[in-house]
Ligand binder design. Structure first.
Ligand SMILES: [Zn+2]
Length: 238
């Protein structure tokens, strides 16, 4: 953990080329835009202008996701696809309001007592895992992690979200969320630079190893419980 924190700090301090600096400059620009849109959203919320609030909220989520994705762009293969993935996923996650409220109308979706259970780290894990399995080596998974992650972080500062357990709302004030957002952006940059480096033998997202390790582990345990006769099937050989 300390190594990751140190590596992220080093990324922050050492943009080596003009190209790499551009990613950070764009991130700062989109970050300021996100702050302005966030303030606008707050204003519409206070004055009860729901359609304008929804629009500015969506725009703030997109600007935040682009700001968080930008630092990684110098190190991904298809920059446009990467940023579009992050931006789209940052608004698409709110479609779960439509399912939870069982309505496509704005007011029921915006006045739910709390955000749906799918506003969770489990969603980020499942979606990025599926993306890595279906589109390996395209960095789509990292774009999704940054887009969905930025959305959930912003939601923590605007009413909270059931981040870990359904019905248990996690809410955090804006200043620590802004720090987490910057950390997420530089984590994405560090990850894209080092873990997706073409020189590495394994370029896949390392997070796919976690569920696979669980799967293999459970098969090994099951196999140990089975009789060791030659007729016993080896479950992992299926
Ligand atoms: Zn949301």
């Amino acid at each position: 953990m300390l190594r990751v924190a140190r590596a992220i700090f080093t990324e922050f301090r050492s943009p080596k080329t003009v190209h790499e600096r551009k990613g950070i400059a764009a991130a700062v620009g989109f970050g300021l835009l996100a702050l302005a849109l966030d303030q606008l959203c707050d204003h519409f919320k206070r004055t009860g202008q729901k359609p304008q609030e929804a629009l500015s909220d969506g725009a703030a989520h997109i600007a935040t996701a682009v700001a968080v994705a930008m630092p990684a762009t110098p190190f991904v293969r298809d920059k446009r696809r990467f940023v579009v993935t992050a931006a789209l996923s940052a608004v698409a996650i709110d479609l779960d309001h439509v399912i939870a409220a069982r309505s496509t109308h704005l007011i029921p979706c915006m006045t739910m007592p709390q955000r749906p259970a799918s506003h969770s780290v489990v969603t980020v894990g499942v979606v990025s895992y599926l993306a890595e399995r279906m589109l390996p080596g395209t960095q789509t998974d990292l774009g999704l992690v940054l887009g969905l992650g930025s959305h959930l972080l912003r939601d923590l500062a605007t009413g909270g979200a059931p981040l870990f357990i359904p019905k248990r709302i996690v809410a955090i004030t804006r200043p620590p969320v802004a720090t987490m957002m910057v950390t997420l952006g530089f984590f994405g940059r560090w990850y894209a630079r080092h873990m997706l480096n073409p020189q590495r033998r394994r370029r896949s997202n390392q997070t796919v190893l976690a569920p696979e390790a669980l799967l293999v582990g459970s098969r090994v345990l099951r196999a140990r419980r089975l009789p060791t006769s030659s007729t016993a099937r080896r479950p992992w050989a299926a």
